[in-house]
Design a protein around this ligand. Structure first.
Ligand code: N01
Length: 559
């Protein structure tokens, strides 16, 4: 290891005392699989992680109510049949604690920690032109070097806290959902305020309301949220998945969002008998208004998400938005509160769909107050609470559920410098430019897992991660076998890909003029507005990556 006092270069010693082949930044699901995959192909690897253990998103986001919106049987690694067969999920959609338990199990089973260093934040990533390798510097001053560097830093890993005047004066407890403490937070008898009503806020609000004496929700933009599936895992359903896992993983590979269409037949007989000839049409516009109402009465608000035209046709979208609003008006008892909770300035499908447990019902509780920050903006935070333009709210605890500097935040904060010392921050001044979300021209041998321009957050993340790590591992293996030392995209590959990423996003609700989402960078003041993930579908994207590998990486320059 580095001699911190003298600032000497440590070359990221592996057990054999050599410089590793690959340095990996991050030990979330991407970094964990990268360590395992690279090791299994005979590469030496070292992963550096800012947290004290594995888990990434699921390590940091421990706020009450945190859980995944992809079924756990699918939001799990597919690389080990043994792992699939031995792990039991307690719920269909798992809570954070269970997902973190799974991450720990994987780390133990594959002995991943042996090649990981925790409590180590990377603050500089620099290409050494003459030595043809990357040098990583940590906050503590340690240095690591390797010919390849893989940024497995996550898409939503840099929490943002808005700069509210006086925020530092608040004398109560302050938390961010994305950096929730490991130790239990006792909210009993306390007056809690929460700012933010995105996925994190919507999940946290019902739980905080149950625990606190009083909860004040400071809402700037109302949310579209649909009720979550809350089923316990049935052992026979899990068993049936286990019997079909190879087929399921194959289906994931061919699904737009990386989630299979597998439906248990043996264990869920009743559903299997449903007469599909009476299935609802897939276009909302094809239904009469009575049929639309009936669909919501029977299947709840989530029914609106099943109609494809809601995402592609502005008329269908507005009909769905209005149906949504009408339904919420029936769910919240106080009409003024209900009206304030209705999203009116943008449509369904613009943002990542939020899934909740008891969100609207929480506003029927006596101990919950909704504050509309558009009507009465925050003036200041002071020692005892939050002052809006209308009044002062006394608080003991203030929770920020204010989101992340998504997709690019972690990469830019790592101070990456490529050939000739060129800063990634300069290259990305007008938005991220990368080829396939995997590599950037001018930054040889640097790979990003689920980087901007790849399906990433629009895909089952575990599927997207495994595909990227496999591609990177194969690429490094191929370079070695073919005597190439470096790889980076050709500039024209990059510009062509970005044009394609923009083209497929155009005309969708994601990029509607009324839409302001973190996908577009709109949640960070000053961030370039550009749609960052690839919306053209995972199978199409995967085929493009495979074509590159099959054609000797023709879109890349080799050195
Ligand atoms: O963050 P967000 P998030 N004053 O950016 C508000 C994933 N995730 O952490 O819209 C007042 O969505 C902001 O208001 P506005 C998932 O991909 C998944 O909730 O900017 N309010 C908004 O209401 C998700 O999309 C899961 O007007 C301010 C909120 O803070 C992503 O993470 C669970 C403000 C931020 O919402 C991010 O979700 C949790 C200010 N100055 C997260 N600044 C699941 O798997 C911001 N806000 C289910």
């Amino acid at each position: 290891m580095a001699d911190r006092a003298q600032g000497q270069v440590s070359q990221g010693q592996t057990p054999e005392g050599q410089m590793p082949d690959v340095l990996v930044v991050g030990a979330g699901f991407a970094g964990m699989y990268a360590v395992h995959r690279f090791r299994s192909q005979g590469l030496s690897v070292k992963a550096l992680e800012a947290g004290s253990d594995v888990g990434g998103t699921w390590y940091w986001n421990r706020y009450p109510g945190a859980r995944c919106d992809v079924p756990s049987l699918e939001y799990s690694y597919g690389f080990s049949a043994e792992l699939e067969q031995e792990w039991d999920w307690p719920e269909v959609f798992s809570a954070q604690a269970d997902i973190l338990r799974y991450a720990n199990h994987v780390a133990d089973k594959f002995d991943l920690r042996r090649d990981m260093q925790f409590d180590t934040r990377v603050v500089a990533v620099e290409w050494l032109d003459d030595a043809h390798r990357w040098r990583l510097t940590t906050e503590a001053g340690e240095r690591f070097e390797a010919p390849f560097c893989v940024m497995a830093t996550g898409c939503l890993s840099i929490p943002i806290t808005p700069s509210v005047p006086g925020a530092a004066d608040f004398r109560g407890e302050v938390y961010h959902t994305g950096m929730w403490p490991k130790e239990p937070v006792d909210l009993a008898g306390k007056r809690v305020g929460i700012i933010g009503t995105g996925s994190s806020g919507v999940q946290a609000i019902p739980e905080l309301a149950r625990q606190a004496a009083h909860l004040t929700v400071f809402q700037r933009t109302p949310v579209y949220t649909v009720p979550a599936n809350r089923k316990r895992m049935r052992p026979d359903v899990q068993q049936e998945f286990r019997e079909h896992y190879r087929e399921i993983r194959e289906m994931q590979q061919n699904n737009q969002g990386g989630v299979s269409t597998f439906r248990p037949r043996k264990s869920v007989r009743r559903e299997a008998r449903v007469d599909t000839t009476n299935a609802p049409p897939t276009r909302l516009l094809d239904l009469t208004s009575e049929q639309r109402r009936d669909a919501i009465d029977r299947f709840g608000l989530g029914a609106l998400l099943a109609f494809r035209d809601v995402y592609s046709d502005a008329r269908a979208n507005e009909i769905a938005n209005e149906l949504y609003r009408d339904t919420v008006r029936t769910m919240v008892r106080d009409p003024d509160t209900a009206e304030r909770l209705l999203p009116k300035t943008y449509g369904l499908g613009c943002k990542r769909q939020v899934i909740d447990r008891d969100y609207y019902d929480t506003f029927n509780r006596d101990n919950v107050t909704l504050v509309d920050l558009v009507e009465t903006p925050v003036d200041t935070v002071d020692a005892t609470g939050v002052r809006t333009s209308a009044r002062h709210y006394e608080l003991d605890v203030l929770v920020y559920a204010t989101g992340f500097d998504a997709m690019t935040g972690a990469l830019l904060r790592a101070n990456i410098r490529g050939r000739g010392g060129r800063k990634l921050a300069d290259k990305w001044r007008d938005g991220p430019v990368a080829y396939l979300g995997l590599q950037m021209a001018g930054f040889p041998n640097l790979f990003t897992v689920t980087g901007p321009g790849s399906p990433s957050v629009l895909c089952n993340m575990l599927v997207a991660i495994e595909q990227h790590v496999n591609w990177i591992g194969n690429c490094i293996g191929w370079l070695r076998a073919n005597g190439a030392r470096t790889i980076e995209p050709r500039e024209e590959s990059e510009t062509g890909w970005i044009a394609h990423v923009n083209e497929v996003a155009e005309g969708t609700m994601f990029t509607a003029p009324t839409c302001n989402s973190w996908y577009l960078g709109a949640n960070v003041p000053g961030k370039a507005r550009i749609f960052m993930p690839y919306v053209g579908g995972y199978p199409r994207y995967r085929a493009r990556c495979e074509r590159e590998a099959a054609h000797r990486y023709e879109g890349f320059a080799l050195g």
